[in-house]
Write a protein that binds this ligand. Sequence first.
Ligand code: NAP
Length: 476
Amino acid sequence: MTVETLIPVAYLIAAVTFILGLKGLSSPTTAVQGNRIAAAGMLIAVIATFFAFDVKGGVPVILAGIAVGGVAGFAGARMVKMTAMPQMVALFNGAGGGAAALVAILEFARHEELDAGVLEVGASLATLLALIIGAVSFSGSAVAFGKLQGLITPKAFRYAGQQLVTGGIAAATALLSLVLLAGAVAGSFAIEPMFLITLITLLALVFGVALVMPIGGADMPVVISLLNAYTGLAVAAAGFTLNNQLLVVAGTLVGASGTILTRLMSKAMNRSLGNVLFGAFGAAPAAGAEAATAGDDGRSIRSIGPEDAAILLSYAQNVIVVPGYGLAVAQAQHSVRELADLLESRGINVKYAIHPVAGRMPGHMNVLLAEANVPYDKLFDMDQINPEFQRADVALVIGANDVTNPAARSNPGSPIYGMPILDVDKAQNIIVIKRSMKPGFAGIDNDLYLDPKTAMLFGDAKDAVGKVVQELKKAT
Ligand code: NAP
């Protein structure tokens, strides 16, 4: 067996591990193992690639690149806080898109050298796609990162005629691409091809910025997922350009999974993708806006202390914990686990209600609770847990807001009307832990807080849950 025959085998093994890895990622119990399997497959793919191409002269440069990227990726992944994960994904994703675009530019340059300006049509099309989609993903992800990191305003940036300008940039990119392809068909170019390619690259970069700037900061996870799908497509196109089957497979997997995830997130927020990209939701006043402390109908909020919360919980038979973004911010997962253990030791039944878009990224709550070793069989999806709220003595809402807002069911004028929510208001008693009456991501008031069954326990989630734990311990 020669090295040449082993390379496709290595690539096949790597492709299978990617699929197994994705399958593993579909459940919290197998996610870590899935990640490891895919990482092992990637290692096999990287090693095989050294033998697949004539890279001898470039080995030191490649190894240096791997060292720099590896150290940066490892350190970044270890240091990043869970709440900053979306911008981390944006950064990595942008790097993938940028890499595909760079491969495309180098391929065009190489062809120019080899063929004295003559480009092959098929290869040019794949390379152009890798260039355009990769560049859009790169600049779009950079803007998404900037918004989420607070480097640029996270609010939706809008101006009159915006869609016309964005459409114009897209049309110009398409037109120049056609000119390039027409030149490739004719075998002669009216405009220098590398000049065309430079213009196309610049326009695609501007298009990425124009696409993401009008989107509100907290809508960014959906956009990042979409950009992730773009990067997958760009990588698959680069695979055609380089005649590398593994890139085609890996890129297609990323493209398909990114598309599915984007769809699922939009659906869970009851928004169409078009509405996320072009709607004004993200422009709504987000966190920071003050909320009313009394309803128009004279209802007012009821505030309680940790002692009363502990009493309410200790008399319960069934408690449903509803975690949200605030739990992630406060890093209260370990305190919540301690509270649940304490309640269970008294024979109280504790379950967790997981909304698909609670937090700021898919699976956010699952990851947090897994970190605190909350058993997976205590985590219930929205559809499973909703019928149980009416039998719950206490629904304990910790840092969740929008995903519990009954306006999504009852107020057709609400921006979140139609979004499936957790039926917290059906519980016998509701305790809400948050710091103030400020709204959540959607920037809207929550009628749940004015419900006579609701008691507000104001404070940082970790601190407040810790105090309730102390009160419960005192009572034993
Ligand atoms: P949310 O509606 O954003 O509300 C979070 C609440 O946590 C806030 O009202 C805030 O109130 C509170 N909070 C913040 N820091 C806290 C702390 N240290 N201690 C205690 N409370 C704290 O969160 P959610 O209910 O989880 O809903 C998620 C929202 O994000 C949805 O609107 C969803 O559509 C959107 N979204 C989710 C994803 C995803 O993939 N998960 C993606 C994009 C958008 P105070 O400031 O008063 O404390």
